[in-house]
Each structure stands twice: as structure tokens, then as C-alpha cells.
Design a protein around this ligand. Sequence first.
Ligand code: XUL
Length: 521
Amino acid sequence: MPSLFLGLDSSTQSLSALIIDLDSHQIVHNAAVNFDDALPHYKIQNGALRTDDPQVVHSPPLMWVEALDLLLQKMKNDGAPLSDVKAISGSGQQHGSVYLNESAPAALANLVPDRPLADQLRGIFSRETAPIWMDSSTSAECEEIEAALGGKAATAEATGSAAFERFTGPQIRKFAKSEPEAFAQTAHIALISSFMASILSGRIAPIDSGDGAGMNLMNIHTKTWHPAALDAVFPTLGKKLPKCSNPWKIIGPILPTLGKRFGFAPDTLCTAWSGDNPNSVVGLGLIEPGMTAISLGTSDTFFGTLRDCQTDPNAEGHVFGSPTGDYMSLICFKNGSLAREKVKDQYGLDWDEFSAALDSTPPGNHGKMMLPYFEPEIVPRVLEPGVHRFGGLDENDAPANCRAVVEAQMMSMRIHSQWMGEPPTQIYATGGASANSQILQIMADVFQCSVYRQETPNSAALGAALRAAHAWHLHNDDEIPWADLVCGFTDPQKNSRIDPNLAAGPVYDKLCAKYQAKECS
Ligand code: XUL
């Protein structure tokens, strides 16, 4: 019998799935449901509900129920080998919260196989919509929580992150303050990840330490709820939360009803779900401390694995639990592709000409530098956008400006990831701009380590499938090393390795010091 594991990814715009075969180390089935296309009756746009207030961004949780039903039906109809799946895990967009009333446990446990799931679960919500990670309407609650926990740095030290508007604790507090009656009707609060796991297992599922760390409610050191943080959000909050669990927790077999409805074997195991970023960490193969991924997208994201729980004293980065039982960091830089593109466009270049400009200028750019805040920046926190040139950088010098923007981004990542205490040993570059070898060369030179191109589509769903395999083997007293699990699934693109130019090391040591001084001035 093949060794098949199912990973699901409930992201902002779609629910996707893949099945891996651990014997052949191959992905054997892929499927997805796009919310806007398949479920337009929820009146969503890119998966979310919009109001007049651009800071408020919610999604309807019933849509996720219907999407799960639709996706698994589609997989069954398409002949996906669901009956051979040994265990299921999943990934959810982080931070979003689902509010359930007291009827939820019985409704989840008593589903029948021959009626649509959404019809049967319509009544379980104490709030019809779920705030998601794009919601930024809780600044007041963030201040209140940080004040109660002794400030920004103390909040980050205790929970892994300062209070951020999208994080679940501030969102729960806003709901409790603004809709006290509906909050009183809330018997259970779930994350999107634990909500989806609850449907499959037919019971209120635990919140794993990866996704739990995105709530400002969990003690990041002990990976259990932090009583002071719960109190800071709402005095009796603990009663509404499930247990915190490790990421390989087996919740139980799939609900027999769902087994019948979709054709899973009765002993298919459901494991705890986690957040999309923790799942992606293993889905990209970052299984050893020091392994780092840099995603070059609209924003640039830096994430890596940490053995010890280090938190950021400047409270800019995040620490979550990693699926391996270690920790992971996540740092988000807003001025990513956007800034690179602005410079390219300013000089009327195409991407080949931009790359040629990088090739024609030396590491260190003769000391010419730029602070590239085309948009307000998250890290470092810069509220007023503005581009500042210094070290002799002339605005009319196109090649030097191209190099300056990329060097600034890489130096900023190096500077603002130093708190992790583990410089990258190898970097996997992902995202659109990772196709550009000249940008990756600057990355390798600034960090002085090898950079590989890593193009794993849907790393979150792959990570979830790998986590299902990991949990199933542990459950059967067979601990497979993570290296054996990910092998073949997460190998970087062949021949994509870019080594650092060693002579550039001392150049960037000096330049980083100057850049950092300018950032602080
Ligand atoms: C991470 C974050 C997003 C969401 C959605 O803190 O807000 O990455 O997880 O993908």
C-alpha cells in the first residue's frame, strides 16, 4: 500500500490540496478551489469582504466550510487516491479568528454524510465573519495590550512579537469591546487553521504552537497560553480557547461521516494544522537552524529556522514555533519588488537593462547608498515614505541607483536579522525576483553565503503534507529525520547555486555599519 499524505492550504484566496507519496517522494495529486470563482455568492473580492473602512478586512468562515466540501468532492470525482491517505494536515492563513457558539461541538460531531457541510454548520457561528491578517483596524487594542504587558519589547519577549494589528489577541479584544453581546455568545475561538482541523476531526481542535505564536497570547518560551496576555485581552478568555498543542499532535481519526462522504479510510488520521508560514518553512526545506529563505515578492520576506528562542529586542520581527519543534523567524520588508521596480522605471529600463546595471557596478557601489522607502516601511519602522541618497549617490547615475536599491534591501535584511544570533548558512531565494541572478549575487555577497533558487509551488500545502507524514510516523513510533522527509520534495533548482564573492565580505561589513548609522539618524 502506498504511503500517501494529504496537505491542505486554506489561504486568503483559495483552498488547495496536494497528496504526496512518501515512497516515491513525488506529489501525486494537486487540486484547488478559488473562492472568487467557485463561491461568488459570498460576495468576496480576492477572498475577502470589504467595507467602506479600508482597515477592516474579514472573510466569511462558512465559505471555508463550503470550499472544503467542494474541494474534497472534486478530488473524489477526479479519482484522487483519498482512500489510501494515511494522515491529513493543513495550513491556514495566519492570525484570522473564527468565533463559535455553544452549539458548535455537537454540530461538528453529528454531521451526516449526505447533506452539504455548509447547510449543517451554518448555525455554529457567534460572529458571521472572521477578521483576517489583512485587517489593520486594531491599533488602539495593540496599545492597550502592550501597556498591560509592560511595553512593546516586553510583549515581544513574552509572546514572540510586539502587538500587531493583524494578530489575533488585538482582534479578539476589539470584538469583545465593540460587540459584547456577540462575544458573550462565543463559546469557542478558533484560528482558521484550527477551525479547518475541527471540521475534519469533528471536534474542537487544538491550536498548534506555530500558529498560536501569531496571536500575542502564547508564551513563546513554554508554548502554552500566557495568563497575563489572556488577561490583557479579556479576563475570562482562557475559557474560550482550546489547548495549545505541538505541531505533530494527532487529533484523532477523520470524522466517520466525512470518511464516507469523500471516500477516506476510517483510520485516516487528522493532525493539528498550523499557519502558512510555519508550514512553508518545512515546505521549503528549512529544517536546520541557519537555513534561511528570502522571498522576493511585492514585499520581501526573510524567514529561517532558529534552534533557540531568540526574540527581537527591537520588536520588529516575529518568532513562531516551527513544525520541527524548533523556532522560526519572520521579518517583513514592505519595499520589495515595488522599490526595485520604481528605480527601474525611473530610468526607463527593462529588467535586462536593470541586471546589466548591477553587473556594471562593483560590490559596495563605491560607498554610494540609498534608503529606499518608496512606501512607508515595516522594518525598520518608517511612517513617512521618502528616498534618501547619500555617500555621493547622484540621482542621475542610473547604474549606481540600481545597485544602491538592491544593496540597501540586502543590507537592511542582514542588519535587521542579526538578533536571530545565527547568520544564514545557506539561503533559498523564492518569489518573482529570484529569477534575477544579479540580485541573487548581491544577496550572496552581502550575507557571504551561498544562495540557491527554490521554486516549490505551494510550499504551505507541501509543508502540511510533510507534517502529516511526520506526525503519522511519530504516532507509529517511527521517527523519520526531517532530512529524509523533505528530500526530493524541496531540493533547490538544479545548478542554481550562487556563491559569494569572498572579497566583497569586508566591503559589506564596512558598508553595513555606515548604512545602519544612516538608518538611525
Ligand atoms: C504573517 C502574515 C501573512 C499571513 C497570510 O504574519 O500575516 O503571511 O499568514 O499569508
